[in-house]
Write a protein that binds this ligand. Sequence first.
Ligand code: NAP
Length: 175
Amino acid sequence: MADGSVVVVGGTGGLGREVARHYHEEGHPVIITGRDHDRSTQIAGEIGDGMTGLAFDLAEPDRIGDALADVGPVSRLVLAAIARDNNPVRDYTIEGAIYLTTMKLVGYTETVHTLLDRLSDDSSVVLFGGRAKDRPLPRLDHSHHRQRRRRRTDPHLGHRVGTDSVQRHPSRHRR
Ligand SMILES: NC(=O)c1ccc[n+]([C@@H]2O[C@H](COP(=O)([O-])OP(=O)(O)OC[C@H]3O[C@@H](n4cnc5c(N)ncnc54)[C@H](OP(=O)(O)O)[C@@H]3O)[C@@H](O)[C@H]2O)c1
């Protein structure tokens, strides 16, 4: 494994916290992030000694650079943060849509961009996906029959697109 810290964005809860715990127990330095500094620090302490908690909101991408300024070399970057958004067309709010798209499309990318110079050729970046396995885009579905059925039962295309955008890109970092 590459030298450096494991950075888990969205590491204060759920799957991200488990990923953080896993790497901590393997003896790697781990940094977790959430939106609130006190909460991140507290949860980092609960996972174990030597853990670090940082805070930034992915929907405020201008602040990501400063929030990660003190992070050194990174061996693993895990993007596991998620907003539990349900913004269907009938009750659509632009505010909610802008928040989510900023978080996912700008915030995730800005996080990788910010840390790019701290990743080595052996580092990796993993994006956790949402519900794409349940609601795949048509091009991802091998069965036309299942495809049509899902289209009828799921009118919230925007939601599908939102989750799919982060589903299928676990990748090794290459500069
Ligand atoms: N849970 C499952 O069974 C499951 C299954 C398959 C895939 N997934 C995917 O795995 C990923 C993680 O899911 P999860 O269930 O583990 O999520 P979760 O328990 O809801 O955790 C969400 C994390 O994201 C952080 N977060 C939320 N909004 C944020 C924002 N605007 N900026 C920065 N951080 C933010 C939270 O931090 P704070 O609350 O501390 O701010 C928390 O650490 C998601 O992409 C999900 O779709 C989950």
